[in-house]
Design a protein around this ligand. Structure first.
Ligand SMILES: Nc1ncnc2c1ncn2[C@@H]1O[C@H](COP(=O)(O)OP(=O)(O)OP(=O)(O)O)[C@@H](O)[C@H]1O
Ligand SMILES: [Mg+2]
Length: 255
């Protein structure tokens, strides 16, 4: 496993039916949430080149949950990071809600990441000196959004942690910490959630609770979710699966 980008953040339906989504936030149901067109990402390591993504395309409709599967090193995290603007493809296009991520300036990208995307990582990436409440509230403070208290309360209730608001991460179980991280990711009402192996450090019962919570969030909040995972139980919860092998799609809709 790797989590190249954890420190940099304080925080497809392949079978596209075009069906309308009951409540996809401010998203226009006709416009894809995510469009990835033939992205290539190659890393130089010494004199060698590592071909992490060799021309990957995918489309995700708003309000859907897409799981990205594949063996270790198949390019899952790289794909997620290229979509989330934490990494840059060498070529190809990434569009989210019609905004072209691949052509944004650094300041546009920073703003977009802060306001429109929520990131969730395997190891939670909470700030250890802050309480659950303060961790969730922090991105709202940074963005300068209004109704900080109301939104923090809404998010903490959504993940079922009101009684734990004043606890620090070390006083909480892994599942509770991941709930805090999910609430934090939702704090600024992003249209897109990107979760990299979010159940990777949890036992299977807790993993199922977290996956049930994600299902509820996608259905009730209308957010779009892209999640990488090794765990086959994720397949029971997602709307669609994208399978990667050696940096290429090998699922039925792969292009
Ligand atoms: N910053 C980097 N520098 C060099 N090589 C990298 C970098 N990030 C990823 N890679 C390489 O790119 C390939 C794809 O890595 P990636 O992390 O996307 O795989 P993954 O499917 O997420 O794996 P895992 O399941 O272990 O998390 C691997 O060979 C990896 O070593
Ligand atoms: Mg990974």
């Amino acid at each position: 496993m790797n989590n190249h980008s954890e420190n940099s953040v304080v925080q497809s339906t392949g079978t596209i039916t075009g069906e309308s989504v009951p409540d996809a936030g401010s998203a226009n149901p006709a416009e894809p949430a995510v469009e990835v067109i033939n992205i290539i990402r190659t890393y130089k390591v010494g004199n060698n080149e590592v071909h992490a993504l060799r021309g990957v395309s995918l489309m995700v409709q708003p309000g859907k949950w897409v799981g990205v599967r594949g063996r270790s090193g198949s390019g899952k995290t790289t794909l997620l990071n290229c979509i989330g603007g934490l990494d840059h493809p060498n070529s190809g296009t990434v569009r989210c809600f019609s905004k072209e991520i691949t052509h944004m300036s650094d300041s546009q990208l920073t703003r977009w990441r802060r306001e429109e995307v929520g990131y969730i990582f395997q190891s939670f990436a909470l700030l250890p000196t802050l309480s659950a409440w303060e961790n969730i509230e922090l991105p709202i403070r940074i963005a300068g959004n209004r109704d900080r208290r109301g939104r923090t309360r809404y998010c903490i209730d959504l993940v079922g942690l009101r009684k734990w608001a004043n606890h620090r991460p070390y006083e909480m179980s892994g599942g509770q910490q991941q709930r805090v991280a999910i609430a934090r990711a939702l704090a600024n009402q992003p249209k897109l959630l990107l979760a990299d192996e979010p159940t990777g450090e949890l036992d299977s019962t807790t993993a199922r609770e977290i996956l049930t919570l994600f299902r509820h969030i996608v259905d009730a909040e209308g957010v779009t979710l892209l999640m990488t995972s090794h765990d086959p139980i994720v397949l029971e919860y997602v709307d669609e699966v994208v399978e990667l092998q050696d940096g290429q799609r090998v699922d039925i809709n792969g292009g």
